[in-house]
Ligand binder design. Structure first.
Ligand SMILES: *[C@@H]1O[C@H](CO)[C@@H](O)[C@H](O)[C@H]1NC(C)=O
Ligand SMILES: *[C@@H]1O[C@H](CO)[C@@H](O)[C@H](O)[C@H]1NC(C)=O
Ligand SMILES: *[C@@H]1O[C@H](CO)[C@@H](O)[C@H](O)[C@H]1NC(C)=O
Ligand SMILES: *[C@@H]1O[C@H](CO)[C@@H](O)[C@H](O)[C@H]1NC(C)=O
Ligand SMILES: *[C@@H]1O[C@H](CO)[C@@H](O)[C@H](O)[C@H]1NC(C)=O
Ligand SMILES: *[C@@H]1O[C@H](CO)[C@@H](O)[C@H](O)[C@H]1NC(C)=O
Ligand SMILES: *[C@@H]1O[C@H](CO)[C@@H](O)[C@H](O)[C@H]1NC(C)=O
Ligand SMILES: *[C@@H]1O[C@H](CO)[C@@H](O)[C@H](O)[C@H]1NC(C)=O
Ligand SMILES: *[C@@H]1O[C@H](CO)[C@@H](O)[C@H](O)[C@H]1NC(C)=O
Length: 427
């Protein structure tokens, strides 16, 4: 009887102790506001365990407090702010930043506790930073990754750093105080391939930002609006509405070489105008001036060169010096030269052109091609030849002759003979 009682007692004790062990579990218990983040957040398995009649949990609150412990009977617990589990000391969840494709995921301060999310208890869960297909950024719990658009790390909140670390940054502001920029208005762009923009109508109505911004006033990355100034490097959108445009040599039909001390003011340039000086060669004419006043582009395409220092557009332009070269019986317009640009021309290394009348024919050429007699007649203004020389500009021998062209009665062969004699006879 006593033995039976003892046996019954033993069995009851075993059953009760087994019941007890299935009912009560151990859970890590800590609160980051008391223990500090370093221990409760980062090292849960070093925390004290308490006995719980229910599940274990890990939670984050809006103020950033991490709590681990026993889950109350009717307490709601769901991701991303809370995760529960039923095993002994299972509440070792890591906490990651979670922000899915929103503009602020890339632009705002990810240290804010409102982005903290408890990760589910899956094997290999890490904190992930990812560039989405639409070039936005997402931060979350996830599995490990390591490539050019994704990176992961294993400790809690390790994904709060800027991602990608070299993300485009632009100055962002609008309105009355947006003409000059300061480090405090630098912002990361929400999309990884964003550019910076500047636009506005006055010094008190400027707008700056990333092309990926979703604000009312903005410029798209592919905008063709001339009022939109786009640039593609960090913090490049700092141009003021107006700025001094410097000084340059300004001339039309300029001499080949210029003297920098003759530079003139270029006035003010708008934010969307390039400043600097240009030298533009059109045909054989050189013009120089300020880039902010040049209509159209300055590039190799239109034989234009530019430079940025004050009065820098002085360099000699290598326009080959040419003279109109024709005889009026062969080229109809040679006599009056109404369209000098259409008349034949020759290179003239000597740099002096002439035009004159011999045997009733208008003759134009490089002065060094004329015979010594013709040169003499020209130099001494011998009556009847109307001869002039010029050195200023290429194709300068374009002055029409006075009087009607006296096409001689001689045949063409005779004319040519006479001319060759005139040109060749060297006294
Ligand atoms: C907790 O739940 C159990 C069973 O679901 C119940 O028996 C117990 O009374 C509850 N405790 C509290 C404090 O609500
Ligand atoms: C970009 O993609 C992410 C992930 O697919 C999505 O969450 C987000 O809403 C998208 N954003 C835009 C602006 O399309
Ligand atoms: C980022 O957040 C921290 C903590 O809330 C704050 O001290 C800091 O000033 C913030 N930085 C910026 C740039 O907003
Ligand atoms: C990078 O890894 C992520 C996650 O593993 C994947 O979705 C993505 O396609 C990968 N990207 C490239 C460029 O390999
Ligand atoms: C300010 O600039 C925006 C465009 O950047 C323009 O739409 C708006 O009319 C301007 N406001 C004034 C008062 O000029
Ligand atoms: C600069 O922007 C204004 C509008 O703000 C526009 O009228 C002008 O054409 C632009 N100038 C250039 C050189 O793009
Ligand atoms: C340039 O012009 C200044 C002032 O007119 C003159 O003093 C200087 O000698 C000139 N220089 C050259 C190289 O012609
Ligand atoms: C020059 O012309 C070519 C061909 O028309 C064009 O592709 C190129 O973009 C032009 N370059 C500039 C600087 O305008
Ligand atoms: C060009 O040639 C003429 C005659 O041969 C000569 O008088 C003149 O000095 C020369 N001019 C130059 C710039 O060489």
């Amino acid at each position: 009887m006593r033995e039976y009682n003892f046996c019954a007692f033993l069995i009851t004790a075993v059953v009760v102790s087994q019941l007890g062990s299935t009912l009560a579990i151990q859970c890590y218990s800590c609160k980051s506001s008391e223990t500090g983040e370093a221990s409760c957040l980062m090292s849960p398995s070093t925390q004290n365990a308490e006995e719980c009649s229910n599940d274990c949990y890990t939670s984050v609150s809006a103020d950033g407090t991490i709590t681990r412990g026993c889950l109350g009977n009717d307490t709601a617990c769901s991701l991303p702010s809370c995760s529960s589990c039923k095993e002994n000391n299972c509440n070792t969840n890591i906490v990651c930043k979670e922000c899915l494709g929103l503009e602020e995921c890339a632009t705002a301060n990810m240290t804010d506790a409102k982005y903290n999310a408890v990760c589910p208890l899956l094997d290999g869960t890490q904190c992930v930073s990812l560039v989405n297909d639409n070039r936005t950024v997402s931060l979350s719990c996830g599995s490990s990754c390591a490539n050019v658009t994704c990176s992961s790390c294993t400790t809690s909140l390790c994904n709060e750093a800027l991602y990608p670390a070299d993300r485009r940054q632009c100055y962002t502001c609008s309105g009355t105080d947006c003409d000059t920029v300061a480090a405090s208005i630098a912002t990361g762009c929400s999309q990884t391939d964003a550019k910076c923009f500047t636009t506005g109508t006055s010094a008190t109505n400027m707008t700056r930002g990333c092309t990926s911004a979703t604000t009312d006033i903005k410029c798209a990355a592919d905008s063709t609006d001339p009022g939109c100034l786009l640039c593609d490097s960090n913090l490049c959108n700092s141009q003021q509405y107006q700025r001094d445009a410097g000084s340059c040599i300004i001339c039309d039909n300029c001499d080949a070489q210029q003297n920098a001390s003759q530079k003139q003011s270029c006035d003010q340039a708008l934010y969307n105008q390039t400043i600097g000086c240009y030298t533009l060669t059109t045909g054989s004419t050189v013009s120089r001036g300020c880039l902010n006043k040049l209509e159209g582009e300055c590039s190799a395409n239109n034989s234009c060169t530019s430079c940025s220092d004050a009065g820098c557009n002085v360099a000699a332009v290598d326009v080959p010096f040419e003279c109109i070269a024709c005889i009026s019986n062969e080229v109809a317009d040679c006599w009056s030269a109404t369209k000098p640009e259409d008349l034949p021309a020759v290179k003239c290394g000597n740099g002096t052109c002439f035009s004159g009348i011999w045997n009733g024919l208008g003759v134009r050429d490089c002065f060094s091609s004329a015979s010594q007699l013709m040169q003499y007649q020209c130099d001494h203004n011998v009556e009847g030849h109307q001869c002039t020389t010029c050195t200023t500009l290429t194709k300068c021998n374009a002055k029409g002759f006075s009087g009607a062209a006296s096409l001689s009665q001689m045949g063409v062969v005779g004319l040519l003979m006479a001319l060759m004699l005139a040109l060749r006879s060297s006294l």
